[in-house]
Design a protein around this ligand. Structure first.
Ligand code: GLN
Length: 207
């Protein structure tokens, strides 16, 4: 149940866990780093942080996270994936990544912005947010190559979708936890978590 002060789990296998924890706490919610699948029962929402999607995917498979997360998502757990987390939420990647949650009807392209612009910051305007623009930090970021009809594109950069929502799933290609702007974390807690439950996942995670 989502109450006044929901608990947000942050998958703590690898990546930018502490920064998300701080952002969630600054929003007035409880943050719980998740290291074991059994802890998923304690949370109302889950963040899958940036890091290295291949590593996080392998660790999720090894520690038995894939099915329990899919099961909780089918029951209504809201999930927010940032950067590598976006890749892990996708139903597929251009590269054919192996261990994905496949909860969202999106196809991600890894390291999409190329070597010259490995990491950069850009002001992006987010549909549903008032100005000012959101300062987005992209670090070897993916973009969304394709999205199904049920996916809402909330922001783009250079003509590419970089922030999308599908029912209770939110995914962005950049790192909102590395800036002081809490609007996206708030949006997850206040809008996405209360939104419509709609889950693509079936037993093997494929829609
Ligand atoms: N390039 C990384 C990957 O493919 C994602 C980078 C990030 O999360 N900052 O997993």
């Amino acid at each position: 149940m989502v109450d006044k002060s929901p608990t947000i789990g942050i998958l703590a296998l690898q990546g930018a866990v502490r920064e998300h924890q701080r952002a969630i706490e600054r929003c007035g919610a409880k943050a719980l780093p998740i290291k074991r699948p059994v802890e998923l029962a304690l949370v109302d929402g889950l963040i899958i942080p940036g890091g290295e999607s291949t590593t996080i995917g392998k660790l999720m498979a090894e520690y038995g996270f894939l099915e329990p997360i899919r099961r909780r998502a089918a029951e209504g757990l809201a999930v927010f994936g940032t950067c590598a987390g976006l890749i892990l939420l996708a139903k597929e990647t251009v590269e054919g990544s192996e261990h994905l949650l496949r909860l969202m009807d999106i196809k991600a392209r890894r390291n999409a912005f190329g070597r010259q612009v490995d990491s950069f910051e850009a002001d992006i305007s987010i549909d549903a947010f008032e100005p000012p623009a959101f300062r987005a930090m992209f670090i070897r970021a993916p973009w969304i190559e394709d999205a199904g009809a049920g996916v809402r594109v909330l922001a783009g950069y250079n003509g590419r979708a970089v922030l999308v929502q599908e029912a209770r799933f939110l995914a962005c290609a950049f790192h909102p936890e590395l800036t002081n702007d809490l609007r996206l974390h708030r949006y997850f807690i206040e809008e996405v978590m209360k939104g419509e439950v709609g889950c693509q996942a079936t037993q093997n995670g494929r829609p």
